[in-house]
Design a protein around this ligand. Structure first.
Ligand code: 13P
Length: 254
C-alpha cells in the first residue's frame, strides 16, 4: 500500500453484459485476481446480473456494487430498486449520481444526497460521482462546479457517514472518449476535492475519504494516475468489461 488510504478500484459495467457474459467476466476476474489484497476490488454489474454474480464472487476478494438505487424505502415506486433489495445480494457499494444519470435521468445533487443517506441507512457505501463538462472546464469554472456538486450531493451526511463514503471524480469530457485527464489535472482536482471536504466536514474525515478517478482509465495510464497522492482508486468503465484490461489496471496499480 503506497498511502494510508487503501486503493479502491471499481468496474462500472454500465448497461452491458447479459447474465452469462457477466458470469464469464467475474469467473475470469476471480481466477486472475485471487490473492490480491493490496486493493479493494469491486464489480458493479447491471441489476439483472447481481444475483448470479453475487454467488460467484462469494468467498473471494471481489466485492459487489450496484450502479444506482432509489432514495425511497420499498413501496409503490414502479421500476425502482430499494437499498434493502440490494442488500439481499450482499451488495456493499452503490454508485450514485454518475454523470450519465445526471445527464440522461436529470438527477440533481439534492436527489443524490437523499440516495446517499438511504444507502448509509442500509449500510451500503455510496460512491458519489462528480465532475465538470468540457464547456465548464474551458470556462474556468471547474472548481466551482465540483464544490457545488460536493456541497449538494453530500448534504446531510454525518462525519461518520462521510468517512465511509467514496467520491469519484469523473470529468465528463474524459468518459468513454479515450481522453484521460493528465495526472496533474487529476491530482489538482482531487486535492481540491479533499480541501472542500475539510471545509464541509473536518480534516480527519477528509483524510479518510477515498477519492477515485474515472474517465478512460486503461492499463497503460493506471500506474501513473494511482501514484498521485490524492488519487485513491479508479472507477473504470469500458476497460472493466474485459478480464485482461481490468486485471492489468489493478496489477499495474499495486
Ligand atoms: P470509461 O472508463 O469508459 O471512460 O468510463 C468511465 C466511467 O464513467 C466510469 O464510471
Amino acid at each position: 500500500m503506497h498511502k494510508d488510504r487503501k486503493l479502491l478500484i471499481a468496474g462500472n459495467w454500465k448497461m452491458n453484459k447479459t447474465v452469462a457474459e457477466g458470469l464469464d467476466l467475474v469467473q475470469g476476474l476471480r481466477r486472475e485476481l485471487a490473492g490480491v489484497k493490496e486493493v479493494d476490488i469491486v464489480v458493479c454489474p447491471p441489476y439483472t446480473a447481481l444475483s448470479e454474480v453475487s454467488k460467484i464472487i462469494m468467498d473471494s476478494n471481489l466485492r459487489l456494487g450496484a450502479q444506482n438505487m432509489s432514495e425511497q424505502a420499498p413501496g409503490a415506486y414502479t421500476g425502482e430498486i430499494a437499498a434493502a433489495m440490494l442488500k439481499e445480494f450482499s451488495v456493499r457499494y452503490v454508485i450514485l449520481g454518475h454523470s450519465e444519470r445526471r445527464q440522461f435521468q436529470k438527477e440533481s445533487s439534492e436527489l443524490i444526497a437523499k440516495k446517499a443517506l438511504a444507502a448509509h441507512a442500509a449500510s451500503l457505501k455510496p460512491i458519489v460521482c462528480i465532475g465538470e463538462t468540457l464547456e465548464e472546464r474551458e470556462k474556468g469554472v471547474t472548481e466551482q462546479i465540483l464544490e457545488q456538486q460536493l456541497r449538494g450531493s453530500l448534504a446531510g451526511l454525518s462525519k461518520e457517514q462521510m468517512a465511509e463514503t467514496v467520491v469519484a471524480y469523473e470529468p465528463v469530457w474524459a468518459i468513454g472518449t479515450g481522453k484521460t485527464a493528465t495526472t496533474q489535472q487529476a491530482q489538482d482536482a482531487h486535492a481540491f476535492i479533499r480541501k472542500v471536504l475539510v471545509s464541509l466536514f473536518d480534516d480527519a474525515v477528509a483524510k479518510r475519504v477515498r477519492i477515485q478517478y474515472g474517465g478512460s482509465v486503461k492499463p497503460a495510464n493506471a500506474r501513473e494516475l494511482m501514484s498521485q497522492p490524492d488519487v485513491d482508486g479508479a472507477l473504470v468503465g469500458g476497460a472493466s468489461l474485459e478480464v485482461r484490461s481490468f486485471t492489468d489496471i489493478i496489477k499495474n496499480s499495486i
